[in-house]
Design a protein around this ligand. Sequence first.
Ligand code: AMP
Length: 140
Amino acid sequence: MRNENCIFCKIAAGEIPSATLYEDEDFRVFLDLGPANDGHALIIPKEHYANLLELPEELCGKAMVIAKKLAKRLKDFTGADGVNIVNNNGEAAGQSVFHFHVHVIPRWKNDGKFPLWIPGELTDEVRDKLVEEFKKNPLV
Ligand code: AMP
C-alpha cells in the first residue's frame, strides 16, 4: 500500500535519499531534516498508513520496539540526558506529514526545546465522565 503523493512513501522506498540509520522489511529509520536536537530521528513504516489510528496492531508493537532500541542507542551515542518519543496524529495535534511516524528526540538538560503542553487541571466532571465511559466500554 502506497500513496503516490506521499514524501515518506518515497523515502521509505529509497526513491528520495535519506540519512538512514536502520531498515528492515517493515520500517525505515532516518534523520529528521528539521531536527529539534542532534540525533532527532524518524521511524516510518514502509507501507502507507496516515497515522497511528490506521496502523495495524502488529506494526504498532514493532514500531515501539524499534523506538525503544533507537532511544537507547541515540542516548548512549550522543550523551543525551533523556529522550522524547513523540507521535502526532492529525493536523490539530501538530502532524504535518500524513504518513505515520514516530519522532525519537535526544534531550539535554535545559536545552530549552519544548514542553509539549502547559499543564492544566483535571476537573471532577471530566474525570468522572471519562472513567465512567471506559468502565462501560472497556478499551480491550
Ligand atoms: P510531524 O510534524 O509530526 O508530521 O513531523 C514531520 C517531520 O518530518 C518534521 O519534523 C520534518 O522536519 C520532517 N521531514 C519532512 N520532510 C522530511 C524529509 N524529506 N526528510 C527528513 N525529514 C523530513
